[in-house]
Design a protein around this ligand. Structure first.
Ligand code: DX5
Ligand code: ZN
Length: 216
C-alpha cells in the first residue's frame, strides 16, 4: 500500500509559515499535519483556528489537523470552518468520542482519533466503526523531535490486524519519532500515513526524504 507523507508544521519556522507549507508541498508532501495544543491536555502551546484558516488560503494541499486539547467538542466546528480536511482529537481528552466523530463526518471532513502511548488499544477498537483514520502516537504528545517509543510498532500491528479482521476502511497514521531508521518497520507494521517533523524539516533535501517514504 502506498505510504503518504504528512510533514508536521510544528517543526517549521513559524515566522514564515506559508512559505514552509509551500516548501513541503513542492517537495511532494501529501498533506500538512497541524498540531493544535492548548497547554492543558499537553504542556505546550501552538496555534488555533485562525492559523489553520490562513494556511488554507495559501495552499490546496490537504490539511491534517491534530487537536491536542481538552474537551475538543468545544472547537470542532471552528476547525471545520477554518478548512481542516482531516480532523482528529485525542480519545483521552473527551467523553464524547462517538458524537465528535459523527459531527466531523457529517460535515464532510475525514474523522480521526489519536491515541497516546499508554492508552489501551481496546479504547480505539471500540471507535473504529466511526473513524476514517487513527493517529497512533509514537511519542508522548506535546513536542516535536522526541525519540520513537519502540513498543509502538507492536501497537500498530495489533491495530492493523483488528482493522483487517473487521474488514474496515480505516487508515493508520503514525505520529512522533519517525526517522530513516524506523520508517520501514513502521510501514511494514501497517501505517500508511507518516507524520514527520524534525526528520523532514531538518533534512537538507526534503524531497529526497519524501521519495523514501513513498517508496516504502
Ligand atoms: C507531537 C506532535 C507531532 C510532532 C512530530 O506531539 O503531535 O506531530 O510534531 O514531530 P517529530 O516527527 O519531530 O517527532
Ligand atoms: Zn501531531
Amino acid at each position: 500500500m502506498a505510504v503518504k507523507t504528512a510533514p508536521s508544521i510544528l517543526s517549521g519556522d513559524f515566522s514564515k509559515l506559508g512559505a514552509e507549507v509551500l516548501r513541503m508541498e513542492k517537495a511532494g508532501a501529501d498533506m500538512i499535519h497541524c498540531d493544535v495544543m492548548d497547554g492543558m491536555f499537553v504542556p505546550n502551546l501552538t496555534f488555533g483556528q485562525k492559523t489553520i484558516a490562513d494556511i488554507k488560503k495559501c495552499t490546496r494541499i490537504t490539511l491534517d489537523v491534530h487537536l491536542m486539547i481538552d474537551a475538543p467538542e468545544r472547537y470542532l466546528d471552528k476547525f471545520i470552518e477554518a478548512g481542516a480536511d482531516r480532523l482528529a482529537f485525542h480519545i483521552e481528552a473527551t467523553d464524547f468520542a462517538r458524537e465528535n466523530l459523527t459531527r466531523i463526518k457529517v460535515s464532510g471532513v475525514k474523522a480521526g482519533i489519536a491515541i497516546s502511548p499508554d492508552t489501551p488499544l481496546e479504547k480505539a477498537f471500540a471507535l473504529l466503526d466511526y473513524c476514517n483514520f487513527v493517529i497512533v502516537m509514537g511519542v508522548y504528545p506535546g513536542f516535536g523531535g522526541q525519540k520513537y517509543i519502540p513498543r509502538t510498532t507492536d501497537r500498530i500491528k495489533k491495530l492493523a490486524a483488528e482493522i483487517k479482521r473487521r474488514d474496515l476502511d480505516v487508515e493508520i497514521e503514525i505520529d512522533g519519532g519517525v526517522i530513516g531508521d524506523n520508517m520501514k518497520e513502521i510501514a511494514d507494521a501497517g501505517a500508511t500515513v507518516m507524520v514527520s517533523g524534525n526528520y523532514l524539516f531538518g533534512a537538507e533535501n526534503p524531497s529526497k526524504v519524501i521519495e523514501k517514504f513513498k517508496a516504502l
